[in-house]
Write a protein that binds this ligand. Structure first.
Ligand SMILES: [Zn+2]
Length: 119
C-alpha cells in the first residue's frame, strides 16, 4: 500500500498550488496515473478525500486519467500499447522498444476557485 504517502504528496502539491495563487478552494484535480505503476486509482481517491479534509483541496473533484505503457514498433513505425507479458507488435510480431514505462504519477492540472470572481 504505497498509495497513502503518494496521495499525501499529491494533496501537498495541490494545496501549495492553491496557496501560491491565493485561491481559497480547489475545485478539481487531474491526475495522470500509469497503468504499470501498481497504484490503485480507487485507493488514491479514497485517501484523497481523507487527507484533503480541512484543506483548500477538500471536496475537490479528483479525475484520474490512466495511461498505458507504450511501445514503438521499428518495422511498422507505429506506437502500440504494451500487451501484457509481451513486447511484440500486435501487427507484425516484431519486438518493440518501450516509449514510456507506464509508471507515471503526476498532476496534469489543478483547477482553482479564486476569491475575486468575474461577473
Ligand atoms: Zn509492427
Amino acid at each position: 500500500m504505497h498509495e497513502y504517502p503518494l496521495t499525501k504528496q499529491l494533496v501537498k502539491i495541490v494545496v501549495d498550488a492553491a496557496k501560491s495563487h491565493n485561491a481559497a478552494k480547489v475545485s478539481a484535480v487531474r491526475l495522470v496515473l500509469g497503468e504499470s505503476s501498481g497504484i490503485i486509482p480507487d485507493s488514491v481517491g479514497m485517501y484523497f478525500d481523507m487527507i484533503a479534509a480541512g484543506t483548500p483541496a477538500e471536496g475537490a473533484k479528483l479525475e484520474i486519467r490512466t495511461v498505458k505503457a507504450e511501445m514503438h514498433c521499428p518495422r511498422c513505425r507505429k506506437d502500440f500499447p504494451r500487451p501484457r507479458f509481451s513486447f511484440a507488435c500486435p501487427d507484425c510480431g516484431t519486438l518493440g522498444s518501450p516509449k514510456s514505462l507506464g509508471d507515471e504519477f503526476y498532476v496534469e492540472s489543478v483547477l482553482l476557485e479564486t476569491e475575486e470572481e468575474e461577473e
